[in-house]
Design a protein around this ligand. Sequence first.
Ligand code: GLP
Length: 244
Amino acid sequence: RIFNNLKEGSVFIAHEIAGIIRQKQAEGKNCVLGLATGSSPKTVYAELVRLHREEGLSFKNVITFNLDEYYPITNDALQSYNRYMKEQLFNHVDINPANCHIPNGEWPKENIKKHCAEYDAMIEAAGGIDAQILGIGNNGHIGFNEPGSSRFSRTRLITLENSTRIANSFEFANISQVPRLAVTMGIDTIMKAKKIYLMAWGPMKAPVIQKAVEDEVTEQIPASLLQQHNDAVFVVDEMAAADL
Ligand code: GLP
């Protein structure tokens, strides 16, 4: 779906998500959302907050699982995705904090595999993800699944590419402060989501959107694996669609 600008694309995604939340409410069921961070989804969250404040959208039946978190990082660090989610969404809606799950940058390293396995188990116990939103890295990463991530990967510790650390360094005092590791939900978990919305805005994302949508399916461009999902939508603005 190509929109004139990121505002229109973001409103489209927020209204789709709101529709799924309301439908689940009508059925008396929980709605499980997979959430992303980065600059791309901020306007989606702003619209969801507006829908809550002005149109009575309730998040009482919503359970969330975030894609990723830097590792290690303290939860209250300025750059932590735990903090980001509170500031962008959770603090502004009626969601139960106990229903909000984010990989924890404070997990002790010796138990990290156990925590990652528990994260996957919690997603399964919640019934899987109803709707997953995704951004995309310039190298094609989704979550922090860097190029070469297996189609069958699960939640795990991953080493960030230098290009990713450089792209994200504006959030930190300098490049040496950017963590070298992250915890990310795996591609297999993302692919199991019933519905996926990947968003990309602006000219910087045009080359990777072209590769992910039109080129071969390859683990070297993790977002291209979404071509094999039966209900994944790429939501882009005119500038990100420029190379299609
Ligand atoms: C970050 C996040 C990804 C995000 C991507 C793009 O590294 N881990 O989940 O999709 O980079 O970020 P942005 O939306 O700021 O371009």
